[in-house]
Design a binder for this molecule. Structure first.
Ligand code: URA
Length: 304
């Protein structure tokens, strides 16, 4: 792809780079230096935590969030959290997310999964709305079932609701959602018309922490049944937890994207989470390539 075409596509997506004079950057770096906290955390923020905290929905402003509010993102020197975020596609290091949950072995939970697998769309919505299977039901405001056309051939699978989604009961309504909408728009997909968007977890983890393996495993039967009922022709999976649940893979997004994977006979395109893309401009072009792969895969399936 030549540079001019790439620019055009990025512009269409609202992803064009923001140019800042070097002298301004230098001044900002100096100002940041002066404002830097006296104590730098000795332990780097876990990679996966940084990814979830990329969703701009924190209830209580953290030092990072306060710093963010003071200056436009394009002009800031990366904080430790943001620096970690730049490697958010690296494999998880945390033992709690790396270990596969063995709730699938539990007969009670297997019975639960089997009964969810029998539900029709309406009953499934009711079951999600009333779910108390894990502790997230205590802190949530609303469950987030999904949005869009349940007969769509294109399905987007995200991670978990943030604060905005928890308030509104709809996935991807914050900043990351706006980016997702414009990405989808660029390939002719609109959330109310010809795509369905859902999350791996239906309830918000407090403070946008990472989902635990148990939460993921308890919520997975809902995702599996949704996919079964929607019958999409392509799945666009964004972020590590979506990929983990659909493909059972712990590998980095970077190592999985760029080729097709399989979920129960449905092609899966793996891509970066929009919240990650908001902070990592250069990877947006890769996300665009992923969208094109999904679009072309779908076109191929429609031809055949
Ligand atoms: N991030 C997600 O993965 N899902 C949402 O609904 C919002 C942010």
């Amino acid at each position: 792809m030549n540079a001019a075409r790439r620019e055009l596509i990025l512009e269409e997506l609202g992803l064009q780079p923001q140019w800042v004079r070097r002298s301004v950057l230098n001044e900002l770096a100096a100002a940041n230096e002066a404002a830097a906290p006296a104590v730098v955390p000795a332990v780097a923020e876990p990679v996966a935590e940084a990814h979830r905290s990329a969703v701009p929905v924190a209830d209580t402003p953290t030092p990072v969030a306060q710093e963010s509010a003071a200056q436009p993102a394009s002009q800031r020197r990366p904080s430790p959290a943001q620096a970690a975020l730049m490697h958010a596609d690296a494999p998880a290091q945390r033992s709690d997310t790396a270990a596969p949950a063995n709730v699938e072995q539990d007969p009670e939970l297997r019975r639960r999964a089997a009964s969810i697998a029998q539900l029709d769309w309406e009953a499934l919505q009711g079951s999600v709305a009333a779910c108390t299977a894990c502790g997230l039901c205590k802190s949530r405001n609303r469950t987030v079932f999904g949005v869009g056309n349940p007969e769509a051939d294109w399905l987007v699978v995200g991670e978990a609701p943030g604060a905005d989604e928890d308030r509104q009961g709809e996935p991807f309504v914050g900043q990351a959602g706006k980016l997702l909408d414009s990405m989808l728009d660029a390939v002719g997909r609109k959330r109310q018309e010809n795509v369905f968007i859902l999350n791996t977890l239906k309830c918000r983890p407090p403070q946008n922490r990472n989902p635990t393996p148990e939460e993921l495993a308890l919520c997975a039967p809902y995702l599996h049944r949704q996919v079964e009922l929607i019958k999409p022709k392509v799945i666009f999976a964004v972020g590590r937890f979506a990929v983990q649940t659909l493909l059972g893979r712990e590998a980095s997004i970077a190592s999985l994207r760029g080729r097709l994977h399989d979920y129960r006979g449905i092609p899966v395109v793996v891509s970066y989470h929009p919240a990650y893309l908001l902070r990592n401009l250069p990877d947006k072009i890769k996300a665009w390539q992923d969208l094109l792969l999904a679009r072309d895969t779908l076109a191929g399936r429609q031809d055949s």
